[in-house]
Ligand binder design. Structure first.
Ligand SMILES: Nc1nc2c(ncn2[C@@H]2O[C@H](COP(=O)(O)OP(=O)(O)OP(=O)(O)O)[C@@H](O)[C@H]2O)c(=O)[nH]1
Ligand SMILES: [Mg+2]
Length: 326
């Protein structure tokens, strides 16, 4: 169980505490439930000499990463986007598709240490008896809230541990305005540690808030690009069931801005609603986003070694082949 505020009807805004300053909320008597790392310690003590499992199935915290880091360094995929952009439901849909047998082209699902957490996400996306989908609640916006979802994927004989780092869009918005803000600690951690990013562009926000939403998205993209160091980004237009309702001028201006800011990142359109079976936005593109990043991360980098030729007069060392290029 993750710690959370247990006070019924507490009027404090999301991520804040009525009783204590922002970083001191764990001191509040209503802040209850063991964090995973603490639960693991407790489990170990209670088990005495018996061997206990070092994981619970819940989302990993950064301190739990060592459980999977013995085989190789896990790949962290950072979920970046404003509040409500569709980050958490993307993860719920990814797991739902894998669970239902939809496959990556090159990778096979080989397990997870956070199955209970994936299941919780997927439960939200189940159609209710009234025919409606219920989505996960907004991801908590405390600066120390971490939620890492683990998958083991296999390609050929190689296993890769992948961790999807989910976070609150509210925190990422603070980070996009000031990366050093004390309330953006988890966004800073995700930005520093991730090997690749899923950058969510909210189609519905662009329909409802047009230019204002576009500016926020561009600002976040600029912050993402600032210290990217070649890490791959998938630009994902979420809620694509509504994408046709975005004003054409806004959509094309934002597409131009994003390709200028984020370079050759691949662009995808995804949705959690399927209009047909199979549905390209839902069944195909959700999987394609993650596969694109995995393939990018698995690419062997071509290293072109140019010999440094000191003696420019040496005919042999200067020989470039018959055509002059080789
Ligand atoms: N039209 C449409 N709406 C969607 C879709 N997926 C999610 N939504 C809506 O978007 C809301 C936000 O989705 P989340 O996945 O929780 O967004 P998030 O980025 O995790 O939000 P934060 O945790 O607050 O940062 C949901 O509650 C749904 O109402 C979709 O495919 N189409
Ligand atoms: Mg969320």
């Amino acid at each position: 169980m993750r710690k959370k505020c247990s006070k019924a009807n507490c009027p404090a805004p999301k991520g804040l505490c009525l009783e204590h300053a922002s970083n001191d909320h764990p001191k509040c008597e209503h802040w209850q439930g063991p964090q995973i790392g603490q639960a693991v310690e407790k489990q170990k003590k209670m088990s005495g000499t018996a061997q206990s499992l070092p994981w619970t199935g819940e989302p990993f915290l950064p301190t739990d990463i060592e459980i999977v880091s013995q085989r190789s360094s896990p790949l962290i995929i950072g979920m970046v986007g404003n509040a409500d952009a569709g980050k958490t439901s993307y993860l719920g849909m990814l797991y739902t598709l894998l669970f239902n047998g939809i496959k990556f082209n090159h990778w096979s699902f080989s397990g997870s240490y956070t199955l209970a957490a994936w299941e919780t996400l997927a439960q939200y996306l189940k159609i209710r008896p009234n025919g409606k989908l219920e989505f996960a609640p907004p991801t908590p916006s405390n600066p120390d809230y971490y939620s890492l979802y683990h998958l083991v994927l296999k390609k050929g004989g190689v296993f890769r541990d992948v961790l999807f780092a989910d976070s609150s869009g509210e925190v990422f918005k603070i980070w996009s305005e000031n990366t050093q803000d004390q309330n953006a600690e988890n966004a800073r951690w995700i930005y520093e540690k991730s090997s690749a990013f899923i950058f969510m562009v909210d189609s519905v926000a662009l329909i409802k808030r047009r230019g204002a939403a576009k500016s926020e998205i561009v600002q976040m993209a600029e912050q993402l690009a600032a210290n990217l160091k070649g890490r791959p980004v998938a630009v994902v237009w979420s809620k694509a069931d509504e994408i046709g309702n975005i004003r054409e001028n806004i959509k094309s201006a934002l597409s131009d801005d994003l390709s200028q800011v984020l370079g050759d990142s691949q662009v995808f359109e995804v949705s959690n609603f399927s209009k047909s079976d199979p549905d390209i936005f839902c069944h195909k593109n959700n999987i394609a986003v993650t596969e694109y990043l995995l393939d990018k991360l698995n690419e062997t980098k071509k290293i072109i070694l140019e010999p440094q030729i000191e003696n420019l007069d040496d005919m042999f060392l200067n020989y470039k082949g018959v055509s002059g290029h080789e």
